[in-house]
Design a protein around this ligand. Structure first.
Ligand SMILES: [Zn+2]
Length: 331
């Protein structure tokens, strides 16, 4: 197995056994640029989600996805596992400096068994905050560099790792295909989730209106402070970007700061930082790509606020563990 670049008008990598890489598959190309975006309405809260407790672990599931008997999926949380982090047993699912490889592999084994995916081959990526998407027909020997994966093969468990960034799981119940997407601010700016849907349309003839999406725990708009230069980049790309940002308040400001129109009143400088709601941005992109609002399930758990339950790289730095979000098909 190997990571192979597909001939495409945006960055897509295809991984497949040589015999399955048919010219027909290689020839399929279509752009999904030029999307329009609908405004995001209220999102479902994590109270609608299923919390499954197994061997000290707490796994979050989307009810609409859990109903599909041929599908397995799950969003991990912090408790349980065999990794020791400052005296606390945690379910760290990523290879970090502070943890041993053995512990991570044991955690992954326990996590997979907790939702009946023991027999599936876990496919995690070397995540690089890109818009590189992989199509998997089989598990590669080594992790591929990229930030999203798609498949319509059973027996594979697509995974993304996060510790603040947004994990998004997609399923097409009609065509039986799945995707896992890692979207930090860079991936969100590059519309990685829209491009992953584009790949599902291209490869599996998925219709966006049929897709179900789970947006897992991530850093919330309450805590995700970014520089105004990030806001400016979003504003140049997305008409609805102002809906995704909030001003960062220290509590001392007498007036709202009008950073978005770049005309601060008087001689006030624009604020150095603003708050970005990444999951709202990704939900907006899902709606813009054609998903139906009732088919998008958003966890409202913030990694930075809920360090008792999750991992936050922003708050914990090198001492942070990694959450894992996975999806795959049994048959
Ligand atoms: Zn928060």
């Amino acid at each position: 197995m190997f990571c192979l670049a597909a001939d495409s008008d945006y960055t897509v990598r295809v991984v497949a056994p040589r015999e399955t890489l048919t010219p027909k598959r290689q020839a399929r190309k279509r752009s999904s640029r030029g999307q329009t975006f609908l405004s995001a309405s209220s999102s479902r809260s994590s109270s609608d989600w299923i919390e499954r407790k197994v061997r000290g672990m707490q796994i979050l599931l989307v009810p609409a996805l859990a109903k599909l008997p041929w599908l397995v999926h799950g969003f991990s949380t912090r408790p349980g596992g065999v990794s020791l982090l400052n005296g606390e047993k945690v379910l760290n699912l990523g290879f970090t400096e502070w943890d041993s490889k053995e512990s991570v592999l044991e955690n992954r084994r326990r996590f997979q068994s907790a939702f009946g995916a023991t027999d599936l081959k876990l496919i995690s990526l070397k995540q690089i905050h890109s818009d590189v998407i992989h199509l998997f027909d089989a598990a590669p020997a080594e992790p591929c560099r990229g930030d999203a994966s798609v498949t319509n093969r059973s027996g594979l468990l697509l995974a993304v790792q996060t510790a603040d960034c947004v994990p998004i799981l997609l399923v097409d119940p009609k065509k039986r295909a799945v995707a896992a997407v890692h979207a930090g601010w860079r991936g969100t700016l590059q519309r990685i989730v829209v491009k992953a849907i584009g790949q599902m349309q291209m490869q599996f003839k998925s219709r966006p209106a049929d897709l179900l999406a789970g947006i897992g725990p991530s850093i919330g708009g309450c805590c995700y402070e970014v520089g105004t230069e990030v806001a400016t980049q979003f504003q140049s790309q997305f008409a609805e970007a102002p809906e995704w940002f909030d001003e960062f308040r220290t509590g001392d400001e007498p007036n709202p700061i009008q950073w978005l129109n770049m005309m601060p009143p008087g001689h006030q400088p624009p604020p150095k930082n603003v708050l970005l709601d990444l999951r709202k941005a990704n939900r907006g992109q899902l709606l813009g790509a054609g998903l139906r609002a009732p088919n998008i399930f958003v966890s409202d758990l913030c990694t930075a606020c809920r360090r008792d339950l999750l991992f936050s790289y922003r708050k914990e730095g090198a001492q942070s563990g990694r959450l894992m979000s996975v999806i795959g098909m049994l048959t």
